[in-house]
Structure formats: structure tokens, C-alpha cells
Design a protein around this ligand. Sequence first.
Ligand code: PGU
Length: 410
Amino acid sequence: MVKRNVNIAKLQAGYLFPEIGRRKKALLEKEPDVKLISLGIGNTTEPLSPHIIEGLQKEVTRLGTPEGYTGYDDDAQAQEFLNKLKTEISKNWYNDIINTDEIIVSDGSKPDCGRLFFLFGSDVSVAVQDPAYPVYVDGSVMIGATGGYNSDTEEFDGIEYMRCTAENDFFPDLSKVKKTDLIYFCSPNNPTGAVATTEQLKELVDFAKKNNSIIIFDAAYSEFIKEKNLPRSIFEIEGARECAIEVSSLSKSAGFTGVRLGWTIVPQELKFDDGESVRKDWQRVMGTLFNGSSNIAQHGAIAALSDIGLSEIKEKVNYYMENAKIIKDGLEELGIKTFGGINSPYIWAAFPGKKSWDVFEEILTKAHVVTTPGAGFGKAGEGFIRFSAFGKTSEIKEAVKRLQENFKTL
Ligand code: PGU
């Protein structure tokens, strides 16, 4: 028998979202006729828009012709399309503040987070926001960059947790944060819905530079920022090119959760302590562990990043943000304090004094609405529930109605 990877054995329990799935299934086994509404996992529900479909379909047709067929991206035609996509990302997503050779296209930001663990290996120290998207901590544990789960502190030893609470406006007090090699930071934030201001990100960049740290900035929700003065990319911040990597994706904005297309930006200026280029190593990791995003998805992305595509994206984002408003208003009417939901598709609702898994169960069994318990994102998430605005508006309204009927008893 082969010995189990000790790092995986260190993980506290299953990944958060499958655990929610198990609880959902358990309820349905008991009460098969129940019509559950999911405001849990942030999964898009709206069909792809016409221009994007056209881009995908054209590519499928082209792949069926002898002259248009492409395989791996080493041939000239495939390279040409990839370069076109990078140009669109640089021009239309980043207003030309990023060079095309700093964009490494992928199949999404979660897989890129996974491969980033290979880039840095196990010999790094890590800081994460608390609460945070679970991948940053679970991945760090899997690669062996942390100690084990400590049942006294209910956290992993060796991780620097940056508390993000209502009291600090969900931005950590950096004077209390220890120096680490990597700092994971997500804005708009999953799960709290908070968006860091330019001043706050400048503070973060200065902090990283002072400590020779690298920020891994997750911008998966940047398109949900409505307010013009809020930064959509870490690279809008002076000095970030020397200390940050950004992961991004079309999953949530363009509905590519199933199509799969994302990218990572590694600026030329970013260096390791021995002066070696981080970008060069990232290309080495990607060249070894990844064989390029699907050529079909790339064409969908080129269409998504055109003027028509971007206006279609805006419509989708507005649709989900309307849902966010319905949830937020509905909860507030019940006297529940909420955060987020304005420049982000997540509403972070406070249930002070309660255990979030208990509130999750109560909402699930009484209102038949699936949510995500805040504690699943870290200790500071205890007492909170995350509501996702990804869903059909009719179902969102029904869910709010059910919550309003049942919450009187909560
Ligand atoms: N980054 C953040 C901050 C996310 O919240 C998610 C998805 C991703 C990356 C993944 O993006 P891709 O580009 O599609 O890979 N978060 C969802 C889905 C759960 C999951 O396991 O990824 C959520 O509900 O939090």
C-alpha cells in the first residue's frame, strides 16, 4: 500500500462546496418533493449571450475544416488566435496597462491558483484574508506550506490570517499582520462582498514591497464593480508591478463557468530574491502542467471581449446585481445586517451569536434555500451566511419570500 500524502491528510474536512452538496442531498433524500433554491455556490445560471455563442460556433465549424484545424497552440494559426485574445484582454480589460506578454491565458482562476502552488512550492509562508475563498488555504495545506490543523485555535498552524471584519470595514489592519512570502487578496471579495479602495490597495502594495512579499490578487469579480473610482485590478495601483500577480477569469461575468477561460498576469518587473524572473518560471510551470486553454473557449473569449461582447457582459452582470439588490433589501427588511451586494455578487449577512452551520441548516430545512455558511471561509466568517446572487430572478424572489416567511422564527 502507498502511504497517503500527509499534506492532504492534514486537511480539516472535505472541500466546502461538496460538503454543502452532501447536506443538500441528505435533505432531498428525506424530503424528495422539496423544491430547493440555491443561493449557495456562486454558479452562473444565465445562458451565454448571442455574440459569444457566435464566436464559439464559428470556431467549432473552423475546427471541422482541413485548413482551419488547430491542435496544440504551437502552430502558427493557433498562436495568431492566442495573440489576438491577449491583445483584446490587454486593450479591453486592462486599458493597455498590461503588455500582452504578461498575460498567460488559462482555463480559469481556480486552476491557476492550483498551479501557483507549484510555482512557489512548499517553502513559502502565506497570509490570507479571514474569511477567504477556501482554495488559498486548502491549496497551501496540500502543497505542504503550512502546519497541521490546530483544534485549539481551529486554524492551520503557520498561516497568517488577516482578519477582515465589519469593525475594520473588511480590510485588514496591516500593522498586525506578520511578514510572509505570499499574500492572497481577493477584491471584490468572496465571501464578504467588500471592495478595497485605491488607498487600501496602495497600503497593501506598500506593505508587500516593504516585506518583499508577493501579492496574489484574485480579481475574479472585477466586472461587478459599479462604482467608477474603485480599482478593478491591482495593477491600477502604483508599485504593484514589482510585487503582484493577478488571477482573473470570464467565469462569473461572461458566464464561462462551464466554458472555462481565465488568465494570470505576471508583470515583467516581478523578480525572486535571486533576481530571476517570476514570469519565466510561471511560463515554465504552465508549459509543463497545462496544454493551453481550449481553442473553442478562446474564440468565445475573443467574442466576449469585443465591444458587443462587453456590452452583453454588462447586461449579465446587471441581471445578477439586480438579484443582489433583491436579496440584500429582503434581508435588511427582516432586520438582518448585510454587507456587500453592491459592487459584488455576494451578500454577507450577519447572525450575531449564532453558529453559521446552524443558521445554514435552519434556512435549508425551513425555507429550503441553500446558502453558504460563513465559517466555511474561516474563523472570522463564524456568525455569517453568504448569499450568492447567481440565480434566476424569479427563484431569487421566491427564495426571499420564503426567507421572510421563515425568518420570523429564526
Ligand atoms: N476565485 C474566486 C475568488 C472565486 O470565488 C471563484 C469561484 C474562483 C476564483 C473560480 O473561478 P474560475 O475562474 O471559474 O476557476 N467561487 C465560487 C465557486 C466555488 C469553487 O469551488 O470555485 C464560489 O461559490 O465561491
